[in-house]
Ligand binder design. Structure first.
Ligand SMILES: NC(=O)c1ccc[n+]([C@@H]2O[C@H](COP(=O)([O-])OP(=O)(O)OC[C@H]3O[C@@H](n4cnc5c(N)ncnc54)[C@H](OP(=O)(O)O)[C@@H]3O)[C@@H](O)[C@H]2O)c1
Length: 260
């Protein structure tokens, strides 16, 4: 088991990539504290993990609200005695051209994708430093490495996560806390379905059209991204510090998410 008894907080564990991380990490022996807002979906993931013999608990919380990030880290320490791993996964995406992006979309994007990531990492760092080490994995995006039309707020927020990962990693390299990110490409989750649904045409046709322009010619499954996060969370990545690991079916290799 690659994360045996590791106390692990995973945000956005009620769906998509976070759900896949929660299930995979629990299979690898982690004691998982899942967070999200949707009680029913959280309970369903929790049940699946427990049925499979894993250890997990679910705490609801909206990451935009004051004090929630600190509370989630404190809950992890209270329930499991420490926090070895934080997966900063929760994220949101609004699609709109820059001139039509509203103040609310901008501030919401930054509240969830940037401020909460910082506040969770800061709280986790304090606990990890006190206990002698840990590992933080941010789920950034290929959109943090390249520009994309219609995604100014999202790309700016993920660019911030990429830079935060590098800076925080250097600040705390001497504290035995490693901080890295995964930069996924298009992954078949509700987030990508919602975006494809907002475009003209049938959603499955849009999925197929999107797949055609990806070097690998298909979207990722959430589990494929979870395996990249598992590597960075585990001691197997002991020499990875401030890395932004692309897991994108070849997109970064093209210099941008555009046709090859
Ligand atoms: N899918 C992709 O193609 C893709 C590509 C690159 C990067 N990513 C990144 O991967 C991460 C996961 O995305 P996904 O595709 O799995 O998205 P998803 O299926 O939409 O899931 C998003 C998760 O974030 C949680 N969340 C959203 N707003 C929240 C809030 N205010 N407070 C607490 N939790 C909140 C949701 O939980 P509740 O609904 O329960 O609140 C949900 O569990 C995100 O950071 C995303 O930017 C995704």
């Amino acid at each position: 088991m690659r994360l045996k008894d590791k106390a692990t907080l995973i945000t956005g564990a009620t769906a998509g990539i976070g759900e896949a991380c929660a299930k995979l990490f629990a299979r690898e022996g982690a004691k998982v504290l899942m967070s999200g807002r949707d009680q029913a979906r959280g309970d369903a993931v929790l049940e699946a993990i427990r049925q499979a013999g894993g250890t997990a608990e679910f705490v609801t919380g909206d990451l935009r609200q004051d004090g929630v990030c600190d509370k989630l880290v404190a809950e992890t320490v209270a329930r499991y005695g420490r926090i070895d791993v934080l997966v900063n996964n929760a994220g949101i995406l609004y699609s709109a051209p820059a001139a039509e992006t509203t103040d609310e979309q901008w501030s919401d994007t930054f509240a969830v994708n940037v401020t909460a990531v910082f506040q969770l990492a800061r709280a986790a760092l304090k606990a990890m430093i006190a206990q002698g080490g840990g590992s933080i994995v941010n789920i950034a995006s290929e959109s943090g490495l390249n520009g994309e039309p219609g995604l100014t707020a999202y790309c700016a927020s993920k660019g911030a996560v990429v830079q935060m990962t590098k800076c925080m990693a250097l600040d705390h390299i001497g504290d035995n806390v490693r901080i890295n990110s995964v930069c996924p490409g298009e992954t078949r989750t509700k987030m990508i379905d919602d975006w494809l649904e907002s475009l003209d045409g049938d959603i499955e046709d849009n999925v197929n059209e999107l797949a055609k322009i990806l070097p690998i010619r298909r979207l990722a499954r959430p589990e494929e991204v979870a395996y990249a996060a598992l590597f960075l969370a585990s001691d197997e990545s002991s020499y990875c510090v401030g890395t932004n690991l692309s897991c994108d079916g070849g997109n970064a290799a093209t210099g941008g998410p555009y046709p090859v």
